[in-house]
Design a binder for this molecule. Structure first.
Ligand SMILES: Nc1nc2c(c(=O)[nH]1)N[C@@H](CN(C=O)c1ccc(C(=O)N[C@@H](CCC(=O)O)C(=O)O)cc1)CN2
Ligand SMILES: [Mg+2]
Length: 298
């Protein structure tokens, strides 16, 4: 048996096109474009690439992009002051601070400073609480992207057995909350979980978000299961100066022998993160300007 490959890159491109159409309608109705502010602290090369991709995607969708690049030694107070300014700026519907931050900055202090109603990353505890209690709020982009791929693949998820491996605030916990909301039977597994292979083996849906290259083996997977691989791990470069191969948290070749469908790395979950960020920003703009929107298109 060979699994089908879930093409997250194509799905994300189609979502970005629908968003661009709706951005144009919003612009006409509200007399302004939705605005996204992205703050980058320091020179982490991967973060710089992601921020550049966000800028390009934002502009391509017809939205305003407000980039703020701060040096690695900026003080926490200066960063918080910038967030205060962005919170008060009416042109801006979404604010995100690219993670990770340098060690001298407290990530929690930064994410809690963002106005929850502009928190398009969905990292503010108010939005985490809204998700946990079934209220309307922003959902973190990566898990929401995973859910979109799952629904596209499987339709109704009710009653399915799902395991999420990894309990981060950014992916694992919100993913478990989203799947619970879809009436899945959810197990949130982590580094202390006993007999992880048996836990994975009974799942119809496997979401791997542990950050350990190829940790989830093909023979752990239930035949026909849908496997969503959130991991982006770069292997050591074969030659100095070159780039190592990107691999997920799942042994892709092994999973392809057993699963029903698998997301690849790259080209699976990753591209969904930025498409969903645009979606959240557009939704925020509609809510802030009190312009109704077509939920089904997003
Ligand atoms: N404030 C935030 N910080 C970070 C987030 C986030 O959602 N908000 N997520 C990640 C980084 N990230 C976006 O910020 C991101 C990661 C990966 C991709 C992506 O498209 N990956 C490609 C492969 C890219 C490569 O070659 O390295 C893929 O998987 O196909 C997009 C966005 C951490 N920080
Ligand atoms: Mg830190």
């Amino acid at each position: 048996m060979t699994a089908s490959i879930i093409d997250g890159k194509a799905f994300a491109a189609a979502l970005r096109e629908r968003i661009a159409t709706q951005v144009a309608s919003f612009h006409e109705a509200a007399g302004r474009a939705p605005g996204l502010a992205v703050v980058l602290v320091g020179e982490d090369p991967a973060s710089a690439v992601y921020v550049r991709s966000k800028h390009k995607a934002t502009v391509a969708a017809g939205m305003g992009s407000f980039e703020h690049k701060l040096s690695a030694d900026v003080s926490q107070d200066e960063l918080l002051a910038l967030i205060d300014t962005l919170n008060a700026d009416d042109r801006i519907d979404g604010i995100l601070v690219q993670l990770p931050l340098p060690d001298h900055i407290d990530e929690r202090a930064v994410t809690t400073r963002i106005d929850p109603d502009k928190d398009v990353d969905g990292f503010h505890p108010v939005n985490a609480g809204r998700l946990a209690t079934g209220l309307y709020g922003f959902v973190p982009c990566t898990p929401l992207g995973c859910l979109m791929l799952l629904k596209d693949q499987l339709g109704d998820l009710a009653g399915l057995d799902a395991v999420v491996i990894g309990r981060s605030n950014i992916v694992g916990k919100p993913m478990a909350a989203l799947l619970t909301k879809e009436s899945c039977t959810v197990t949130l597994a982590h580094s202390k979980t006993k007999d992880l292979s048996s836990v994975v083996r009974r799942a119809d849906i496997v979401v791997a978000a542990v950050g350990r290259a190829e940790m989830i083996k093909g023979d752990w997977i239930k035949p026909g299961a849908t496997v969503i691989d959130v991991g982006i791990n770069r292997e050591a470069a074969p030659v100095e100066g070159s780039n190592g191969r990107l691999v997920g948290d799942v042994d892709f070749a092994g999973a392809m022998q057993v699963a029903g469908a698998v997301t690849p790395v790259p080209g699976g979950v990753g591209p969904m993160t930025i498409a969903v960020l645009l979606r959240n920003t557009l939704v925020s703009a509609h809510r802030r300007a009190r312009v109704p929107y077509d939920k089904d298109a997003l």
